[in-house]
Write a protein that binds this ligand. Structure first.
Ligand code: KIV
Length: 276
């Protein structure tokens, strides 16, 4: 069973950490079978699974449904629950209570975006209460409106130093790792090299301690947009479309269901009804 020490051990032994997202039971089963290092129930599910334009419209109660489904499917995986917008911003008590709900729903850790005095206190309180926390810096989708859109972060030496100093504060507060999103590869390398805990990159180059991407993006199931940092490993949208079109055609032509997919009435009962 993987724990937070697994991630530190992987960084210390220079073995990359491979994480992916899952939102449902059957996808979680596949990730579990592939033995990925961790499964993130990301708030990206608001867009990818629920069709919203951004991650603002998902609540803690919604997230808990998906965490429970993933926990039932990924029985041997380390599961991280993403704290959604406004589920930890009102008070330390609110954040701690909601982080606790995620653990009770089956997550092994939670992820929080950003780094200010409030977030640092919340991280400390979670860790003291037995809730491991993964930080998230660089582009943080829940702060998109104040950042001013999907912008690459850490593009100047000052900005890189500022992200590093936040990362060090999160490390000191007890985070077991930090997601670095959308920044030049060199910036992420500099931050990774100056931290003890692992970094998990998304659009942050190959030199992070590990990588996280949205499973539906890399498998080509979510096709609304394809970020530059996504590599396609399969084309599930087209495969599904092909299968569904074939099903539709076979229904129209009475080819489905065939005898193989049907149940037969006993001869004695057919006789009584006088049917062939
Ligand atoms: O919500 C999400 O999926 C994330 C990423 C880091 C992939 O936060």
């Amino acid at each position: 069973m993987k724990t937070i020490s697994t991630f530190q051990r992987l960084k210390d032994s220079n073995e990359k950490i491979a994480m992916l997202t899952a939102y449902d039971y059957s996808t979680a089963q596949v990730l579990d079978a592939a033995e990925v290092d961790a499964v993130l129930v990301g708030d990206s599910l608001a867009m990818v699974a629920l069709g919203y334009e951004n991650t603002y419209n998902i609540s803690i109660d919604d997230m808990l449904i998906f965490i429970r489904a993933v926990a039932r499917g990924a029985k041997n995986s380390f599961i991280i629950g993403d704290m959604p917008f406004m589920s930890y911003n009102l008070s330390i008590e609110q954040g701690l209570e909601n982080a606790g709900k995620m653990i009770q729903a089956g997550a092994n850790a939670v992820k929080l975006e950003g780094c200010n005095e409030f977030i640092l206190s919340l991280v400390r309180r979670c860790v003291e209460s037995g809730i491991p926390v993964l930080g998230h810096l660089g582009f943080t989708p829940q702060l998109m409106n104040t950042i001013g859109g999907h912008k690459i972060q850490g593009k100047s030496s000052e900005k890189i130093e500022s992200i590093l100093s936040c990362a060090k504060e999160l490390e000191k507060a007890g985070c077991f790792g930090i997601v670095l999103e959308l920044m030049p590869a060199e910036s992420a390398k500099y931050i990774t090299d100056n931290l003890k805990i692992p970094t998990i990159g998304i659009g942050a180059g190959v030199n992070c301690s590990g990588q996280i991407v949205v499973t539906d993006d890399i498998l080509g199931k979510f096709t609304d947009f394809v970020p530059k940092f996504v590599k396609r490993y399969a084309n599930l949208h087209d495969e599904m479309l092909k299968g569904i079109k074939l099903y539709k055609q076979e229904v129209k032509e009475s080819m489905f269901p065939s005898e193989r997919e049907s149940f037969e009435l006993a001869e004695s009962e057919k006789d009584k009804l006088k049917i062939q």
